[in-house]
Design a protein around this ligand. Structure first.
Ligand SMILES: NC(=O)c1ccc[n+]([C@@H]2O[C@H](COP(=O)([O-])OP(=O)(O)OC[C@H]3O[C@@H](n4cnc5c(N)ncnc54)[C@H](O)[C@@H]3O)[C@@H](O)[C@H]2O)c1
Length: 334
């Protein structure tokens, strides 16, 4: 039996693949490399380049590897792009998932760990968001993921396929070389175009960008900039492994937040990056962007109670330090 990792050549997927590899799990990766990198997956992991809804490819993988569990990362993940190209997001992030599950259930699929997102909640009604918060996604990306959560609920009631939908807040940081085992490899963020604040700040520190934009300085927060919850990518990887074990042990389907439970403003991120890098980081103050809530912070008690998961990288400087090591050593990405 192997665990199928869709999107395993992407940022969070490739770190999770390294963590599973270090634990000697039997895994297989499926990624169409639309945003991922072949180099991000070790050559000793079975790798299939292709689309998650490719029927003949899925049949081949399922027959060869006896797939009973999936960790499903594959998706398009840009909120602004989802607003301008909503159908692209509903097709890839929702439609293709239903098709993939329809094929794999015939081979005895039992469990799914799904990359969901804080974007399923929409505009926060409370400063700290727990899992019971209303789900009113305010962009097609968040809605495309919320649809999948519902597809998973119906797949549980109809076929008994159980799931943990992990609603991540902001993934950040990188996997240091040799962190997990003597032969575990460095993995980090390499998106093109890059839309996440920490890589943008660090690319500015390296000199690849002239400045980093702060979108909005008049939010009702202590320093006027948006506050977000950053969770280290290796902490995310461990949460996926714990979620798989939980399902294997007969745990029922769950929706669970993954965050640090602490918020940091954009200015705090930039100031911390200046301290970590010892470099000057130029900023430009721009207007607010549509659809950016002022504060997004996770309640993470449920992850502790159900999965026994706690973030190990609690400090912002620790998270940024790992990302800085990655960007310094891989200025051109993979
Ligand atoms: N990065 C974050 O902060 C964050 C936050 C919340 C949720 N998520 C979710 O986590 C998951 C991973 O995010 P990431 O930052 O690693 O993104 P990523 O873009 O680095 O990885 C996604 C991977 O999926 C692959 N992919 C996309 N469509 C595919 C398809 N049809 N068939 C096969 N492969 C396909 C891409 O090539 C890529 O390697 C995504 O589902 C994303 O929505 C990410």
């Amino acid at each position: 039996m192997s665990i199928l990792i869709t999107g395993g050549a992407g940022y969070i997927g490739s770190v999770t693949v390294e963590a599973l590899r270090a634990g000697r799990e039997s895994i297989v990766v499926l990624d169409d490399l639309s945003a991922g990198h072949r180099e991000a997956v070790s050559p000793d992991v079975p790798f299939y380049e292709g689309d998650m809804s490719d029927v003949s490819l899925l049949n081949k993988i399922a027959k060869r590897h006896n797939i009973e569990q999936i960790i499903h990362f594959a998706a398009f993940a840009s909120v602004p792009e989802s607003v301008s190209k909503p159908l692209k997001y509903f097709e890839n992030n929702t439609g293709k998932v239903a098709k993939m599950l329809e094929i794999l259930r015939e081979y005895g699929l039992k469990n799914i760990v799904f990359s969901s997102t804080a974007a399923t909640y929409g505009d926060p009604q409370t400063p700290v968001i727990d899992e019971e918060h209303p789900k009113r996604p305010c962009n097609p990306y968040g809605l495309s993921k919320y649809f999948v959560e519902q597809i998973l609920d119906w797949s549980d009631s109809a076929y008994g396929i159980t799931h943990v939908a992990l609603r991540y807040f902001n993934a950040a940081g990188a996997l240091p070389e040799g962190e997990l085992s003597a032969d575990s490899h460095a993995r980090g963020e390499d998106h093109n175009p890059e839309g996440h604040i920490i890589p943008l700040v660090l690319q500015t520190a390296i000199g690849q960008r002239e400045y980093v934009s702060i979108f909005g300085t008049d939010y009702p927060t202590p320093d006027g900039t948006c506050v977000r919850d950053y969770v280290h990518v290796l902490d995310l990887a461990y949460a996926h492994i714990k979620a798989l074990r939980y399902l294997e042990d007969g745990g029922k389907s769950q929706k669970i937040n993954l965050g640090n439970g602490k918020g940091f403003s954009v200015r705090e991120v930039i100031e911390t990056a200046r301290e970590v890098t010892g470099r000057d980081i130029a900023v430009r103050e721009d207007a607010r962007r549509a659809g950016d809530p002022s504060v997004l912070v996770a309640a993470h008690q449920k992850a502790a109670a159900v999965l026994g998961w706690e973030p190990r990288y609690a400090s912002l400087s620790g998270i940024i330090q790992t990302a800085w090591d990655w960007h310094k050593n891989h200025p051109g990405g993979y």
